[in-house]
Design a protein around this ligand. Sequence first.
Ligand SMILES: NC(=O)c1ccc[n+]([C@@H]2O[C@H](COP(=O)([O-])OP(=O)(O)OC[C@H]3O[C@@H](n4cnc5c(N)ncnc54)[C@H](O)[C@@H]3O)[C@@H](O)[C@H]2O)c1
Length: 251
Amino acid sequence: MTSINYGSELIGRRAVVTGAAGGIGAACAKALARHGVWTACADIETPEATVTEIEADAGRALAIRCDVSDEEDVAAMYAKICQHIGRLDYLVHCAGIMRQNPILETETEEFDAVINVNLRGTFLVGREAVRAMNSQGGRIILIASDLGYLGRETFSPYVASKHGVLGLMRSWARELAPDILVNAICPGPIDTAMLSAEHMTPEWREKELDIPLARFGQPEEVADMAVFLTTDASRYITGQGLGVNGGSVMP
Ligand SMILES: NC(=O)c1ccc[n+]([C@@H]2O[C@H](COP(=O)([O-])OP(=O)(O)OC[C@H]3O[C@@H](n4cnc5c(N)ncnc54)[C@H](O)[C@@H]3O)[C@@H](O)[C@H]2O)c1
């Protein structure tokens, strides 16, 4: 798989990637590090394997354990990042969870868990990123979903959380311009653990393929967009939900 070469533009920049233990987050962390970005890899699971891969590829990275829905954890994560690198250029916020259940089988605890990780987590991680970027500016890249534009039966808490992520993104893009550009990537079905039988029925997994490109995307294809959004080539883009979705949604 090929991706754009941005030369030396990103060398020495500093990023935090959440959800970096696997899936889209791990792909984003590795892609940024390959471009010379010092990358803090944060996850509620241990993100050491991603860091080991980055270091084996001559990149620079730091593993941080962090529950993005926990305010103290998030503050400690940024304290550690600032202690290591002083300030931050990029946030790529990938941490998220999905649950599938009909409304009458959705416990309040399950609703709270999804909203806490996906929406409250985005708020906490985004707010502290703004502090860490301080007056020098930066880029915030959130991972929403094509379901940020749609309703979908049996996924309502997840869908609501992703609509919320787009609301935060659009509001922050206005509030933080022109110093910080804020965008969201809205992936379609990407081949990660999130689409596994643990989180989704086989019937829905099959339905996910009913899109123009008729295949699951790869995490690296989302990472290509994340890297683009850190470069000078994307300097006039803010407040946008950018679909990497095989044509699943055409908003
Ligand atoms: N895979 C898809 O089809 C798809 C489609 C659209 C959007 N997304 C979004 O992409 C993002 C990444 O998902 P993925 O597909 O890579 O799934 P994934 O399950 O492979 O990765 C999610 C990562 O987030 C981490 N995480 C979960 N809860 C956390 C918490 N409280 N604090 C810190 N980290 C936490 C997990 O440990 C995991 O490493 C999510 O926000 C997801 O909603 C995925």
